[in-house]
Design a binder for this molecule. Structure first.
Ligand code: BGC
Length: 515
């Protein structure tokens, strides 16, 4: 043991006793449904904003412009319109702001309360949207949905990471991403159905958001709070009992002592958002801020928000476009399974790096294809063969995202923080994610119009950058107990120098250091 309670990095992590109890699995499945409400919203608005009845009622000017496309002959610019994209992306701004309030709630009242708040506010938003008689109802509803999502996305990943035994943390946490992808797919199927209705199709699409919100809100009532959160709120005995219950053994002394000690450190922290700026949290701060930024700059939401529009731009018919959105939605769900089964075995880095390379290849492929058919002028159309090839490449790209940056974008930031900065870290993650989701949502149609086929190379360039970043700066975190993460940073070639020696001593609480 090094002087000062420090330990030599890499001197071997510990293994807590833990069985995978049905109780913990069910708790995690219920919590993950929080991802459903997020996914449903990502998937629903693109379809709704292409419905004539909806446009006529709320955005008549847009409708007129779309029916009477004068000025722009270029395929690339057919759908450029800021008002409409604002409808899609405003929700993400609301979520951004809400995630900071959620951080305080999550810390003071527990993860469970935050999830409940998220579910209920989202529910009200869904009802307002479904019943919307004017633009204000639509927008207020949209904002409430965003607030709900801010709360859910802040608390659910933290909840999952804390409940899970270390060796299954990745898989259980990815339940959140799984729920997101199922939500997106459900939304594209609903849109496919309601677009065929003569009246009120949009209303049904928007109102059905209440279904995942109900599942989540009711499910959460039956969830226990995490031991970490109970300790954080001074309920040590309950926390110990809960830990025994979720680990399925009474041999939890070591893990419990670590949780208590982490909580004591955390209690001394008055302002987590200020604390996280301290030098010793630099690796977490940088990674927590960059991962969500990079996740959005993979360009995934170009596909998730605008698949129907994108496929129309590429010359697919109306029905084929909506169908293609369903196809990419299915690939997204199925490929997420790959990450669930591999993330704790092969680790986060392998998935990040492989997924990145696969995305780059597809982006270059699609860009080249679009360039060869539409060129710079943007006139022309895909033959059936090239259209299908583009669709296939897009599916391979979506698959790569779905087993790399999709799930890992939520998993990694939720598991790299010590307790004292975990909530704050997660709200930075959520707000950066929401901010850039907003930016992409807002700018994509203009970017397509101005960058043309270069758009695909633009995102490809970002994926090259983020893949290199992961290679050099993101250490492997699989199987590392969440309260022992500092050991990983301490032994990293670059981040090691930011971690004071005593920060890794936490793992060795049985060292006599009660001065
Ligand atoms: C991202 C979303 C994206 C979704 C696609 C999530 O991890 O945060 O922005 O739409 O994955 O499955």
């Amino acid at each position: 043991m090094a002087v000062g309670g420090g330990i030599v990095p890499g001197s071997g992590g510990k293994r807590y006793e833990a069985r995978v109890t049905p109780f913990v699995v069910i708790a995690c499945v219920v919590a993950a449904t929080g991802g459903l409400i997020f996914g449903y919203d990502i998937g629903i608005s693109g379809g709704v904003t292409s419905m004539d009845e909806f446009l006529l009622k709320f955005f008549p000017a847009v409708y007129a412009k779309e029916k009477n496309t004068t000025g722009h002959d270029s395929q690339y610019c057919k759908f450029e319109n800021h008002l409409l994209t604002l409808f899609t992306s405003s929700l993400y701004l609301a979520a951004l702001i809400a995630s900071f309030f959620a951080s305080a709630t999550t810390r003071k009242f527990g993860r469970k309360i935050s999830m409940t708040v998220g579910g209920v506010i989202f529910l009200i938003g869904a009802v307002l949207n479904g019943a919307a008689m004017n633009v204000s109802m639509l927008i207020i509803g949209r904002i409430l949905l965003g607030v709900g999502i801010g709360y859910a996305n802040q608390s659910v990943p933290v909840y999952l990471s804390e409940m899970a035994p270390p060796k299954l943390r990745g898989a259980l946490n990815i339940g959140f991403q799984m729920a997101i992808t199922i939500g997106i797919l459900a939304a594209s199927l609903v849109n496919y159905g309601t677009s065929k209705m003569r009246e009120n199709g949009w209303r049904i699409s928007l109102a059905l958001a209440a279904v995942p919100a109900l599942i989540m809100t009711i499910g959460v009532v039956f969830l226990p709070d995490t031991p970490n959160s109970l300790i954080e709120r001074g309920q040590k005995e309950n926390a110990r009992a809960m830990l025994e219950k979720i680990r399925g053994t009474s041999e939890v002394d070591e893990e419990f002592a670590d949780l208590v000690e982490a909580s004591e450190v955390s209690r001394q922290v008055e302002q987590p958002l200020k604390t996280i700026l301290e030098r010793k949290y630099r690796p977490q701060l940088v990674i927590t801020s960059l991962i969500p930024f990079f996740q959005q700059f993979t360009g995934i939401n170009v596909i998730m928000f605008y698949a129907p529009v994108l496929f129309k731009t590429l010359g697919f018919g109306d029905d084929a476009s909506l169908m293609s959105a369903v196809v990419t939605g299915m690939v997204n769900v199925l490929a997420t399974f790959v990450s669930i089964f591999t993330v704790d075995k092969f680790g986060r880095r392998v998935l990040f790096l492989e997924g990145g390379i696969q995305m780059i290849i597809c982006q270059i492929g699609v860009g080249a294809l679009v360039a060869s058919v539409f060129g710079v002028s943007g006139t022309g159309s895909f033959s059936k063969g090239t259209g299908n090839l583009a669709l296939a490449l897009i599916c391979v790209y979506v698959a790569a995202f779905a087993w790399s940056w999709g799930p890992l974008g939520w998993l990694v930031p939720s598991e790299i923080h010590p307790l004292e900065t975990r909530s704050a870290g997660q709200s930075i993650n959520v707000s950066v994610n929401m901010f850039f989701t907003f930016i992409i949502g807002q700018l994509f149609l203009s970017m397509l119009c101005h960058l043309k086929f270069g758009l695909f190379f633009f995102f490809g360039g970002w994926v090259v950058t983020m893949t290199a970043f992961v290679y050099f700066f993101v250490p492997e975190t699989k199987n590392v107990p969440i309260e022992e993460m500092n050991r990983v940073w301490k032994s990293h070639w670059f981040w090691g120098k930011y971690i004071p020696d005593d920060a890794v001593g936490l793992a060795h609480h049985n060292t006599t250091n009660n001065a």
